[in-house]
Design a protein around this ligand. Sequence first.
Ligand SMILES: *Cc1c(COP(=O)(O)O)cnc(C)c1O
Length: 364
Amino acid sequence: MNTRDLSANAPYVPGRGVEEVARDLGLDPDDLVKLSSNENPHGPSPRAAEAARAATEEAHVYPKSAHADLTERLASEWDLAPEQVWVSPGADGALDYLSRAMLDPGDRVLVPDPGFAYYPMSARYHHGEAATYPLRKADGFAQTADAVLDAYDGERIVYVTTPHNPTGTELPREELRALLAGVDEETLVVVDEAYGEYAETPSAADLLDEHENVAVTRTFSKAYGLAGLRIGYALVPEAWGEAYARVNTPFAANAVALDAALAALDDDEHVERTVETARWAREYIADELDAPTFDSAGNFVLAEVGDGAAVAERAQERGVIVRDTGSFGLPECVRISCGTEAETREAVATLNEVLADLERGAEA
Ligand SMILES: *Cc1c(COP(=O)(O)O)cnc(C)c1O
């Protein structure tokens, strides 16, 4: 027997893992600088790691109270009702819950191009379809209401990412307001703030008080350094009431992740240090890399290097892993995650060598 026809469901292609690359190159993983998945170079908060270890001692029990505790904690941080906080396995899990809650078969979502691959994937997994709106390199990938509304055709969900992955650009507050004013009442605007902590711009979460058709997604994977535990959430309209109970996979998030997330929320210092390093690193990359870059409000920088695949491959041979953005439709670019100071300096030096070599090769 076979699965149903899955040919429209493209698999998600993550940045390659450090062990995988080390094995291929015959190197020690510790000798590699991995700046391809926007992970936290400082690791998790030590408090979160400790809480996670402790939680494993109770791993035989279904996570009920920890789920309620994290939901309430987040509700109070964001000044929302607990029913408006949808805890999920990664923010990706929240995208699935939003798809389940919103999409009838054949409904469409509108997503940015270039953009995060999982928006259209989640829609397709839930028997929906996806259309795109362009962010144009010629405009520095500027995000505006018009860029979205010019392509908008009554889609059920419109996704915006701010700061945007992979470009790093933000959707200014007045543009978000114009977008909300420009879509139908029955269109949900999802503001994905996976990199929100790194930006100066405040979260769109306060708009949930004024608008019935906006949701915000956030994650513990990036600034909180818990990508491996898969924990995130959506903030949803008040009117949705008990919808979460009707769409979530039972015990949405695991007990280890829930306790780690709660502890991470108590460690402001870790997040502050993380954000400070990223802000330093993105400036350093923009200043020192011998290639044009785009202004980023995230923990990564998009650089236009000519042949992104060749640059990524050669940098990898020298122990520096960056993301070739061909899969985002930007084969001329690479995305460089912000590392520690030492990692970032090493990555830029290596990339500059590679760029110089490729240029010499091109002249020869
Ligand atoms: C990393 C990322 C996410 C969420 O990742 P999770 O690990 O599933 O929480 C969501 N959106 C964007 C744009 C991202 O880059």
